[in-house]
Design a protein around this ligand. Structure first.
Ligand SMILES: [Zn+2]
Ligand SMILES: [Zn+2]
Length: 341
């Protein structure tokens, strides 16, 4: 099989490798389409502390089942289109024992700690397969990023009564918007880039605020009649944004932090008790992957606006370079790896 292998920071080589051999509890898949995630970029440019090359990256994808290991007893059949929950957890540690395998202390993510989907073939745990039914290959590859948004609204306990402000309108912010709208919440999205805000409006944002041009705090206050939103989501990882979210949210409100950074954030201690805030993190997903698949199946073609670029596997280097260097023009960049019919 061919695979796009990251051999050094910012350097990908398309290589001929042996097909993987699945274990009895694994399935062999032919990858159709794989998305490039922000986390792939941190690996690609070598800033992820787990960066360990050579590595075949990629964890959000659609595939056709080629073969199922002898231990498999589920309903999926060879030829079926599937997507894959890319988390490999131990099942024994404290978070695993408490229904939070997304926080497993020995968590491995496909394409991060093990070889991933920027390849024609991959073998994965059969338990991680999710049949995609009639969903097309591109949209099937969006299920994993949507699952990140589903986890955010689950952690934030978002309901149809809520006003939600999402800071950051990259794919994870947009996925959060879509999941919150699906629960009936009203959503305002904040970003620096007008193109991303336009996309957010297409995906159901009731209001937007352009950071750097508008007074974001005032736009949010006006939108909520001075009360502040019930829920504020940080999808940026920027300390000043997290601080702004905590200042903006309504007293008794919830903050969900899904953005990633190793920087520190400074918060006046009084804010925690005065507002009696609930501040939670959100990581990968815990048991909501099926809900994400269901949502993508229901919204179907309406989500295709998230895809801004498509490259063949041979141009994986160009695809990752573009995603890394020109984020203002890129939302979801996809690699079309094999035939998608
Ligand atoms: Zn991802
Ligand atoms: Zn574990």
């Amino acid at each position: 099989m061919r695979a796009a292998v990251t051999v050094a920071p910012r350097r990908i080589e398309v290589k001929e490798l042996p097909d993987p051999t699945p274990a009895p509890d694994e399935a062999l898949l032919r990858v159709e389409v794989a998305g490039i995630c922000g986390s792939d970029l941190h690996m690609f440019d070598g800033t992820n502390p787990y960066a360990n090359f050579p590595l075949t990256q990629g964890h959000e994808f659609s595939a056709r089942v080629v073969a199922l290991g002898s231990a498999y007893q589920g309903a999926v059949k060879p030829g079926d289109r599937v997507t894959v929950e890319p988390l490999i957890y131990c099942g024994e540690c404290f978070p695993c024992r408490h229904g939070r395998p997304n926080c497993c202390v020995r968590l491995k993510v496909l394409g991060v700690h093990t070889d991933g989907a920027f390849a024609e073939m991959i073998s994965v745990k059969s338990r991680a397969l999710f049949p995609a039914g009639s969903l097309d290959a591109e949209l099937t590859a969006l299920v994993e990023p949507v699952s990140i948004g589903m986890q955010v609204v689950t952690r934030g306990q978002v309901t149809g009564d809520d006003t939600v402000v999402v800071y950051g309108a990259g794919v994870i912010g947009q996925a959060t918007l879509v999941c919150a709208r699906d629960r009936g919440a009203r959503v305002l999205v904040v970003d620096k880039l007008p193109s991303r805000l336009e996309l957010a409006r297409k995906l159901g944002a009731e209001a937007t605020a352009e950071a750097g041009r508008e007074d974001v705090a005032k736009v949010i206050a006006d939108w909520t009649n001075g009360e502040g939103p019930a829920v504020a989501v940080d999808a940026t990882g920027v300390p000043a944004v997290i601080r702004a979210a905590i200042d903006a949210v309504a007293p008794s409100g919830r903050i969900v932090i899904v953005g990633i950074s190793d920087q520190e954030v400074s918060i006046p201690v009084i804010q925690f008790s005065r507002k009696e805030l609930t501040i939670v993190g959100s990581r990968n997903n815990a048991g909501v992957f099926g809900q994400a698949l269901d949502l993508v199946q229901r919204l179907n073609d309406r989500l295709r606006v998230l895809v801004t670029h498509r490259f063949p596997l041979d141009q994986a280097q160009d695809a990752l370079d573009l995603a890394l260097d020109r984020p203002q023009h890129a939302e979801k960049v996809l690699l079309t790896i094999t035939d998608t019919k």
